[in-house]
Design a protein around this ligand. Structure first.
Ligand code: PHE
Length: 448
């Protein structure tokens, strides 16, 4: 028998744990900063509501119905619907996406660990904006340090995965997630007091349609998948551990709401610090590492809060990264003679190696570019803007065109009105939106 979450709450916490991570705290602010602020935020929010929520329900539903890893799960569902086994491809695509994402995710999680150590050593006290920038640049320029922390983070991730997901994670999640929210609110309070909150809110929410470019729309849509962990089977695997009687719609709603709220709070806080210190919103992937040390360096008990903050963010990244490799590992365990430990070692080792290329692309290999993008940027774009939306599109199409309606309805257990809404959005709105945005790929492929 497969193990299951002990209750509905555990599923929500675990899936929210997968969703809430670097995507909310590191990626969302820097993407908003480089892609035109409010334009990006607006499209992102639209995508979350129109594509993200229904797709979250769809992916959980597929997982719970299949009761298997994404590859065999799709094979099983396809057989049940009398359709071709080609649908298994969704599972393989997801496994590949998870491995590629973790190769850069782990490197950045390593930055968080390193900053946690600096924070604990009191390194941010009285720090000014230019110092914070110099410190981050020097940090990025040191591959040995990046390698050390990337390795530590991969080790932590694989250690949990090797033991199986549902055990220790549940308990830890229950303390750390609320902890992260509390510390974010403390930071927000600080920003309200001394940051430039007005400009931050304007930057994030005052509609400015001039900066809605095709590239920004694509990144905002891609990010809505990334931040909700959608389109690669992570949610499907977690759904497969969900007991039968739990309401998928309600659980999905809470997860999406939590994830979005955390991203918005992080964004508002960070931009308030950016503007108060005359910094550049478009600083890129280093944004939080260049801004937050200034805030922590000035606030009372800053060393304590800074340390707690980075530890909790590292924890959030940890719970996300576990879900990134779970499809690959559960597939290996259920299909080969590998035991969980061996599968974890193999998958973890591969990702660790890929991560080396990523971390070098921030320094020694920063000049190696493909179509003008570094290795890190290519991997990020390929997964976030292409693989995840494509996976999500295929899942949606499968759920409404291939799967028997009675099965979907039974699994979702919605009343008629809500079911018809879900059907309409999943059948037309979400696929059309994804395809339309894809047609705009020109923003990423300069030769189109
Ligand atoms: N959602 C996670 C985050 O925002 C990243 C992630 C993407 C996790 C895809 C699993 C699958 O940090």
């Amino acid at each position: 028998m497969r193990s299951h979450w002990s209750n509905r709450w555990a599923f929500i916490m675990a899936t929210a744990g997968s969703a809430v991570g670097l995507g909310n705290i590191w990626k969302f602010p820097y993407m908003a900063g480089t892609s035109g602020g409010s334009a990006f935020v607006l499209v992102y929010l639209l995508c979350v509501a129109l594509i993200g929520l229904p797709l979250m329900m769809t992916e959980v539903m597929l997982g719970r119905r299949a009761q298997k890893n994404p590859v065999d799960g799709m094979a099983h569902l396809a057989a049940e619907a009398g359709a071709t086994q080609v649908w298994k491809g969704i599972g393989y695509l997801g496994i590949a996406a998870g491995i590629l994402i973790l190769s850069f995710y782990s490197v950045v999680a390593g930055w968080v660990l390193a900053y946690g150590m600096r924070a604990a050593a009191g390194g941010f006290a009285g720090m000014a904006a230019d110092q914070a920038q110099q410190q981050f640049a020097a940090f990025l320029g040191n591959p040995v340090e990046l390698l050390l922390w990337h390795s530590v983070f991969m080790f932590l991730t694989m250690a949990v995965v090797a033991r199986g997901v549902t055990s220790g994670l549940e308990r830890a999640n229950r303390i750390m997630m609320p902890g992260l929210m509390i510390i974010l609110l403390i930071l927000l309070g600080y920003s309200l007091a001394v940051g430039d909150i007005r400009r931050s809110l304007e930057f994030m929410f005052r509609p400015d349609f001039s900066s809605i470019t095709p590239a920004a729309v694509l990144s905002a849509m891609g990010h809505s998948f990334f931040t909700l962990s959608l389109g690669m089977g992570a949610v499907m695997v977690y759904g497969s551990y969900l007991q039968r009687h739990v309401s998928i719609a309600r659980a999905s709603f809470y997860i999406v709401l939590t994830d979005t709220a955390i991203a918005l709070v992080a964004g508002v806080t960070i931009f308030a610090i950016v503007f108060a210190n005359g910094m550049e919103p478009a600083a890129g992937p280093g944004l939080i590492f260049q801004t937050l040390p200034i805030a922590f360096g000035q606030m009372p008990a800053g060393t304590l809060f800074a340390t707690l903050f980075f530890v909790l963010v590292a924890f959030a990244a940890w719970t996300s990264s576990i879900s990134l490799v779970e499809p690959a590992v559960s597939w290996l365990v259920e299909n080969t003679r590998f035991r969980r430990r061996q599968a974890a070692l193999l998958v973890g080792g591969t990702i660790w190696l890929l991560g080396l290329a990523v971390l070098l692309s921030f320094n020694v290999w920063s000049e190696i570019k493909l179509f003008g993008l570094t290795i890190f940027e290519q991997l990020d774009k390929l997964t976030t803007n292409v693989m995840l939306p494509l996976g999500g599109l295929l899942m949606a199409l499968f759920a409404v065109w291939v799967m028997r309606a009675a099965h979907a309805q039974e699994e979702l257990a919605l009343n008629d009105r809500h079911y018809r809404r879900w059907l309409f959005v999943t059948r037309y709105v979400a696929p059309a939106a994804i395809v339309l945005v894809f047609l705009n790929l020109a923003g990423w492929l300069p030769f189109v």
